[in-house]
Design a binder for this molecule. Sequence first.
Ligand SMILES: [Mn+2]
Length: 410
Amino acid sequence: MLENVKYTTSSYIVLVAQNNKTYQLKHLITRKVFGINPKVASIIKGFDTAQTIKESYASCSSNKTISETAYYEKINFLVSHKVLVLSEDDEHLVQPSEHNFFNSPSLDFTNPKREIAFLGVPFGNGNRKDHRCYESPKYIRAYAKSHNCHLTIDKHFEAISSIIDFKKLKAHISHNSIKDWGDLYINIDESKQKTYANIYKSIKQLLQHNKVPFVLGGDHSISFPIIKALGEQYKRFNVIHFDAHLDTYERLDDTLYTSGDMTHNHGNFITSCLKQDSVATIYHVGVRGVVNADMGLKSKKQQVIWADQIMNEEVNFEQIISNDLPVYITFDIDVFDPVYVSGTATPVINGLHYSHVNRILKTLAHLNVIGVDLVEVNPSLDSDELTVDLALNVIFMLMNLIDDAVLEPV
Ligand SMILES: [Mn+2]
């Protein structure tokens, strides 16, 4: 145990609260399981951000609930059982991708300007049955590259949509304010909790530097840590959730097969979002199908806009979203009809067409969009490359919703 170097929690531990008095600590590699008390659990959680033993003791001893000897004994135990490990800091949290999205420059945190920052999150373990959408960030980037899809001011945007003016996107291009950070580093053996903590950490870093996150998933479970991080920057905001599903589905087997790594998943992440005080309203757009036949909404914060309503042109988004709160957009590709989107794990019939989404996104142009994610593209299921093609078109339209500068209220 070294006093002056930084330690952090191992990527291979899972911490689960059993009740108010006990936590279970499991090491995924050594397979050892410990029962620990809340005090030790909070010491461990403190190391989610890398710190020295001295720093940890200083924050821990301030409430005088633990003696120095007892504290060092506990740390010694945690280090010897590889619960706490030497930190290499967060330098490698995000790694450059093989080629930047749209040939855009790499993100440089020294530039204080508001910019769109792409971040790939290659994580699919939020879906227990099919995890293969972890390949998606690489897949979408490669598809864009193979079609010479570079962002230039001369791009013929009408090819993507003739009803959108692409004003904001063109401003970004001329101001060189679209950057690519790369892909979050994820070790497939690490605990899901660690992955979600790293997503949260990377989004915090972007927000602290005035960047607007544009995240390429991954499965839909990655959106919760993003929304949690946004909640610390913005007091209140709305979430527009494009999806065939409500993503509030709790099943008995959620906890049975997760080997103690109990956290949210891609089918219930909205439940966690609803508990965030910062989330004002969640607008579920494009919901349909028997999966929602016994639908009960969990909260007054939810508003459902059914796929049928959109297809029958019964929806006026300017009326529905009447406040001017900032907006986060989470876009599940399965909101589209499976005719267009075979490359997703949970398709639902009778979905939206490209033109529906195109028109909806046009009506959202006046909103202050503070971040975006696009999730659930599953390359292994996308035999005809239609899904990735559609995803790319949607990415253009979503980029065009982000202002390149936010005017301070006078
Ligand atoms: Mn979803």
